[in-house]
Design a protein around this ligand. Structure first.
Ligand SMILES: NC(=O)c1ccc[n+]([C@@H]2O[C@H](COP(=O)([O-])OP(=O)(O)OC[C@H]3O[C@@H](n4cnc5c(N)ncnc54)[C@H](OP(=O)(O)O)[C@@H]3O)[C@@H](O)[C@H]2O)c1
Length: 261
């Protein structure tokens, strides 16, 4: 089989959903059997860790970072013999640690994805060790195209990038909810408030990407002198808006670093 997933929860499952648009040559595995329903929904196979290690040429590791060591320890013999491509998404764990847990040198791609991958709007940074050949990487990138943006990044920056895009959807959903709560407090029906807030986030982000204008200039275009938007921004700044966003990203980065220890 081409692809296996050891762990198919929130993140592994999101990648499996997108990847299944390129190929259905995929097997999923987890502990509880929850992955069976996802496999049935995507028209792919449900299996177990040992079978995936024996039969798949490319294996996504979708377990939590603290479970990785034990999980790979049980597969060391097979991995040493077959040397499949491992694709790790674990926050904080470096490629050298994955090789160490696998008990052998083998090709490893480290990715840092985010959950919008499930709908093809993900951001995925990736880096590889020296055993990943150019042709394997090119083929993998082609298969991963339905996931969204894939960007090569030096491993030393993956934890920092993860603090903005890997964890970012959580920040965005809290912001979305907070904006909508504000609108609801002003009388807008909740469903409309979510839709307006979400479309405003999409539109503003797409406008930045399309124009590449400085975010400050795009903000200035909305703030008339003495107007209502600048009054709202002032209130947000009074609540520590920018500082809270910056400190949040830095706290996530620090925690990523701790997870690898
Ligand atoms: N969530 C995100 O937004 C995000 C973003 C970037 C990176 N990541 C990374 O993605 C990885 C998974 O995170 P997650 O949020 O997807 O966690 P999750 O939803 O808890 O999923 C973990 C998966 O691993 C399975 N699992 C645990 N032990 C296993 C074992 N021994 N053998 C096979 N499967 C096993 C679980 O199965 P059961 O459910 O059956 O226990 C579940 O399917 C983590 O390393 C995390 O750092 C996550």
């Amino acid at each position: 089989m081409k692809y296996g997933f050891i762990g198919c929860g929130n993140m592994g499952g999101a990648i499996a959903k997108a990847l299944s648009k390129s190929t259905t040559d995929i097997a999923l595995s987890d502990r509880s059997g929850k992955g069976k329903a996802l496999a049935a929904q995507l028209g792919i196979t449900y299996s177990d860790n040992a079978s995936i290690a024996v039969s798949c040429s490319r294996i996504f590791l979708g377990v939590k970072p603290h479970m990785m060591k034990d999980c790979l320890a049980k597969l060391q013999d097979t991995l040493s013999q077959r040397k499949p491509l491992l694709i790790t998404m674990a926050a904080g764990l470096e490629i050298r640690q994955i090789e160490e847990f696998a008990g052998t040198r083998l090709p490893v791609i480290r990715i840092m994805p985010n959950t919008p991958t499930a709908i093809g709007k993900g951001v995925i940074q990736y880096c590889c060790n020296d055993l990943v050949t150019e042709s394997v990487l090119a083929d993998w990138l082609e298969d991963m195209a339905p996931c969204g943006l894939l960007d090569s990044l030096d491993e030393s920056l993956i934890d920092a990038a993860s603090a903005i895009s890997g964890s970012g959807p959580a920040y965005m959903y809290v912001f979305l909810e907070a904006l909508a709560d504000g609108a609801v407090a002003c009388g807008v029906p909740r469903a409309k408030a979510y839709e307006y807030a979400a479309m405003t986030m999409i539109g503003s982000a797409e406008m930045y990407l399309a124009t590449k204008q400085h975010p400050g200039a795009l903000k200035d275009a909305v703030c008339s002198p003495g107007g209502s938007t600048i009054a709202g921004l002032r209130a947000m700044e009074d609540g520590g808006f920018r500082s809270a966003a910056m400190e949040g990203v830095i706290a996530t980065y620090k925690r990523n670093k701790e997870l690898g220890k």
